[in-house]
Design a protein around this ligand. Sequence first.
Ligand code: FES
Length: 68
Amino acid sequence: MYVCLCHGVTDRDIREAAENGVSSMRQLGKELGVGTQCGRCACTARGILRENRSQDYLSLANMLATPA
Ligand code: FES
């Protein structure tokens, strides 16, 4: 799904950027241009970044809870 029409950025592009270390809207704007023109995509893009971060925390918590 396209999130940022101004720059042709999809939700998959944002998730991929997050997996490569992008963790803030400022970084996302620098990397993909998201939110740097009309700004209508910012709320959705921020939500996708947060969702990705939550999944990272869950994975880490599961890893720490698993006995070695
Ligand atoms: S839709 Fe992303 S800057 Fe316009």
